[in-house]
Write a protein that binds this ligand. Structure first.
Ligand code: PMP
Length: 281
């Protein structure tokens, strides 16, 4: 892996216990998918990392350097199918104190790769083929979900609740609208139009979300960036979630009730095909 300017064996990487990511979740992250040894949509992911850094008043990350590190790590680790994980924290500040260190400290910058096993790739394919189920949960996060912060406890608890109920994803409901998943953006097909919550401070503007909106518009669909009313789930034709790792995954039931006819629909199929063509060439 890569840690603070050096390539180090995973087992030997050390981060001080008083790193602010560990104590305060004072850090940001990104996840990039690697297809056939190539990082997909690397540039928008790194641009979002830089934006998150600015919002947390972290030093501006060196995006050219991180681009080089990405390619080098993929090469060194022989990643064919997998992900690259980036994390930047405000570094070590001892003794523990909430406010930023008085003297600037070096941020902790780490990049690591995770290979995906053929079984994991196949499981993703199966979910995209057959669809998944979801539950709804009340929004309990902060009002800056546009920042990709490592502070993910409500997301973790929501996903765990979904898992315990045999569902794949938990969808956050804010003021009666389904806004996003615990680790995905959500789209509905309502009266033929594709509806997804607008990019604002309440959701993460997913890189997959942005790509899918572009694809949908170029395929001739109407995309409305507005709230999906919870009550509309009973009358929408299709529902799907998007993310870097799940791509375009259909949701065929929510809270035990089928979406549309309970089968994967044509809009999802068209968007999956467009995504796949871009990702796999
Ligand atoms: N929303 C949340 C809360 C997420 O954690 C993620 C995935 N990191 C997404 C949306 C999707 O973002 P992306 O398409 O960039 O993976």
């Amino acid at each position: 892996m890569y840690l603070n300017g050096q390539y180090v064996p995973y087992e030997e990487a050390k981060i001080p216990v008083e790193d602010r990511a560990f104590l305060f979740a004072d850090g940001i992250y990104e996840v990039v998918r690697v297809y056939g040894g190539r990082p997909f949509d690397l540039e928008p992911h790194l641009r979002r990392l830089a934006r998150s850094a600015r919002e947390l008043r972290l030093p501006e990350p060196d995006l050219e350097g991180l681009t080089r590190v990405t390619h080098e790590l993929i090469r060194r680790n022989g990643v064919d199918e997998g992900t690259v994980y980036y994390q930047i924290s405000r570094g070590v500040h001892a003794p523990r104190a909430h406010a930023f260190p008085g003297q600037p400290v070096e941020p902790t910058v780490l990049v690591l790769t995770h290979p995906l096993t053929p079984e994991a790739v196949a499981a993703g394919e199966r979910r995209r083929q057959e669809g998944v189920t979801a539950i709804t949960v009340p929004e309990q996060r902060w009002a800056r979900c546009d920042i990709k912060s490592v502070s993910l406890l409500p997301n973790v608890l929501a996903k765990q609740q979904a898992a315990e109920q045999g569902a794949y994803e938990a969808l956050f409901v804010r003021d009666g609208f389904v806004i996003e998943g615990s680790s995905s953006n959500v789209f509905a097909v309502i009266d033929g139009a594709i509806v997804t919550y607008p990019a604002c401070n309440y959701i993460l503007n997913g890189i997959a979300r942005q790509r899918v909106i572009r694809d949908a518009r170029s395929l001739g669909y109407t995309v409305l960036e507005q709230g999906i009313p919870l009550a509309a789930l009973d009358r929408c034709q299709e529902l799907f979630v998007t993310s870097t790792t799940s791509e375009v995954t259909p949701v065929v039931a929510v809270d035990g009730r089928p979406i549309g006819d309970g089968k994967v629909g044509p809009v999802v199929r068209a968007l999956q095909q467009a995504y796949r063509a871009a990702a796999r060439g």
